[in-house]
Ligand binder design. Structure first.
Ligand code: MEV
Length: 325
């Protein structure tokens, strides 16, 4: 075992397939390299303490909203047969919480990684995702696994629950995504149950909406192969219409989508669970990206990010070592 260790993970943006991914439809999601979580752990201390933006103190006194993290840490200490280990764990996150950017999943991923680094034990991707899902199940109830798969990835992912978790290539040298935070907390658990209830109560309305979201993700994958940014924009706007009909959009997110398109975006949608959180739009070039971001901030976005696709690293390949597209 080392005396100290560090690890990191990324925020995620779901491009296509939120909610429908819970029902085993395909999804496409992207890690955001410049919005990350860093964990550091040191054992040169007394007791077991944690320092993050919500809590600073002994692990066993963590409040119930952090129960997922507390249980995850206990599981990790059990795995390493180190329940009495003295440690101080620091979590530094640039991810706004409860905004559909995968803050809890990224935190869980960075915690699992830092403990495996500390004990100097190799960590397979499968094991990492299973462990991080311990926290996600407590925090969100019925996670598809997409958030942890993306927070731990260096490249965009093509994901089907329990079946497919590929890293995909994106060849879009000019366009960017503009992301805007509505400043309103998203409610993942509530939004996931709302969609579930609609499927049970109004299957004739909700089932086709979910099926279409899956078909849109399939079409988006083809549009990515032909680098068709205009079609990607249209598919985003179609997704937004379905998500709104499922009841998970908000007036602010609808307004942000409209403003983005009015200022030159090719399409826009909410990202993540909805009921608050963030909107994403695709723009053709950097000039449009600045225009759209400025308009969104003027309309009340608390923060905006511009994510260019050309920064994605494609040298890693999928879990079998192959790059797919
Ligand atoms: C939340 O970031 C994404 C949802 O699709 C839920 C999930 O995939 O677990 C709404």
């Amino acid at each position: 075992m080392k005396e100290k260790a560090k690890a990191k993970s990324y925020a995620k943006i779901i491009w296509f397939g939120e909610h429908s991914v819970v029902y085993e439809k395909p999804a496409i999601a992207l890690p955001l390299y410049n919005v990350d979580v860093h964990t550091s752990i040191t054992t040169n201390t007394n007791g077991q303490t944690i320092e993050c933006r919500y809590f600073d103190g002994p692990v066993n006194e963590m409040t119930d909203n952090l129960k997922g993290i507390r249980v995850l840490i206990h599981e990790l200490l059990t795995i390493f047969n180190a329940l009495d280990l003295n440690f101080h764990l620091k979590i530094e996150s640039k991810i706004p919480s409860e905004r559909g950017m995968g803050s809890s999943a990224a935190t869980a991923v960075a915690i699992v990684r830092v403990f495996f680094n500390l004990f100097d034990v190799p960590l397979s991707r499968d094991r990492l995702l299973k462990l991080a899902d311990i926290e996600e199940k407590i925090t969100h109830g019925n996670p598809s696994g997409l958030d942890t798969a993306t927070a731990s990835s260096e490249t965009p992912v093509w994901f089907i629950r329990n079946r497919v978790n590929h890293q995909i290539a994106i060849n879009l040298p000019r366009p960017s995504l503009v992301i805007a935070d509505s400043g309103i907390k998203g409610k993942t658990g509530e939004a996931v149950s709302m969609v579930h209830d609609r499927l049970v109560d109004q299957p004739e309305l909700a089932t086709p909406l979910i099926d279409q979201l899956g078909q849109i993700a399939d079409k988006a994958r083809l549009a990515l192969r032909s680098s068709d940014e205009a079609l990607l924009g249209k598919l985003m706007t179609q997704s937004q219409s379905n998500l709104a009909q499922l009841g998970v959009s908000t007036k602010t997110l609808d307004l942000f989508c409209k403003i983005a398109v009015q200022h030159g975006a090719l399409g826009a949608k909410l990202t993540g669970s909805g009921l608050g959180g963030c909107m994403i739009s695709i723009v053709e070039n950097q000039i449009d990206a600045q225009k759209v971001a400025t308009a969104l901030r003027q309309a009340g976005a608390t923060q905006t990010w511009i994510q260019s696709f050309k920064n994605y690293k494609f040298s890693i390949g999928d879990s079998n070592g192959n790059l797919v597209n």
